[in-house]
Each structure stands twice: as C-alpha cells, then as structure tokens.
Design a protein around this ligand. Structure first.
Ligand code: FES
Length: 171
C-alpha cells in the first residue's frame, strides 16, 4: 500500500499532467510543479511521471539532470556550489573548499547525513573579479574566505532551526 505522501504526490502529478496537455510535452512543466510544491524531485516522482507519460524513467532523469533549477531528492536543503574556474582558483578557492569540507564533514559531491547541506563544484558564476565565489541555492557570496565560510554556514543553520521551530509551533 502507498503511504499517504506518495499517494498525494501521485494525485498531484496526475492533475498536473492533465492540466498541461496530458502528453510528453507536459514533462518539464510537471517537473517544475513537483519542484515548486515538494522542493525536490524524488526517484518515486520520476517513476510516476514516466509511467503516466509512458516514457522511460531515464528520459525523465535526463531532463532533471539537464536543468540545474530542477533538484533531485538526494541533494541537501541547501546546496552549496563553489566556483572552481580559474579566477576563483587563483583567488584562493582551495582554502575555501577545505574549510567547507572540514566544517560540514563531507567532501564535494556529498550531502550531510542530516540532509541539510550538499557540496558541489560550479563553473564560473560570473563573479570572477570578486572570487572566490560560491552559491547557496540561488544566493551568491563573493570574496569568500575560510572565516566567511563559518559565518555563511552559521547563517543557514540558524535559518533552518528557525523554520523547524516555526513548524513545531504550528502543530
Ligand atoms: S571564475 Fe569564479 S566566478 Fe568566474
């Protein structure tokens, strides 16, 4: 038997497919709807979409991987992407990278066990004169130093704690 959240997700996907034409051209808009409502696109969601559109799950996965604004479920709530292109490299991205790894206890390509942060490399994000640059989800940070890494992480940890507290109060 499906657990309620999966059942709800399936019903949502069925509705979005219907309202977006019901054929494979609805793939991208449906993925965007899943992303908007559920923050992430799980393997289960990809499987359901593939079944309902009668396409191969690999095709759905390929679209999710291609568009950077679509996130797979295994990524952390906050995705940190450090620019590894030459200007940022010369401005000290290695020291920033080490600090991120040390503070989070993970290496690049990994997600913290609590699902809060994942660490990825990015290519030039257009802030070359203010490197090292990194993104946390869509937010850009420039001239990042190892000391600044600590402040950035503390900021997002605090933000998450406040959210958890607010959710607990609402229930
Ligand atoms: S090289 Fe890092 S932002 Fe351009």
């Amino acid at each position: 038997m499906l657990v309620p959240v999966q059942e709800r997700l399936r019903q949502d996907i069925e509705g979005w497919i219907k309202s977006n034409g019901g054929d494979r051209s609805s793939l991208l808009p449906v993925l965007q709807e899943v992303q908007k409502k559920y923050s992430r696109i799980s393997d289960y969601a990809m499987q359901v979409i593939a079944d309902l559109l009668d396409i191969h799950p690999v095709e759905v996965h390929g679209v999710v991987s291609f568009y950077s604004f679509l996130k797979e479920a295994h990524k952390g709530r906050f995705e940190i992407r450090l620019c590894r292109t030459i200007s940022c490299d010369m401005a000290g991205r290695d020291r920033v990278a080490r600090q991120l790894e040390n503070e989070l206890g993970i290496t690049f390509g990994e997600t913290t066990p609590d699902g809060r942060f994942s660490l990825e490399w990015a290519n030039c994000v257009g802030m070359c004169d203010q490197g090292p640059a990194l993104l946390v989800n869509e937010q850009v940070f420039t001239c990042v130093t190892p000391e600044k890494v600590h402040d950035i992480l503390a900021h997002f940890k605090k933000m998450m704690d406040i959210n958890v507290f607010q959710q607990a109060e609402e229930h």
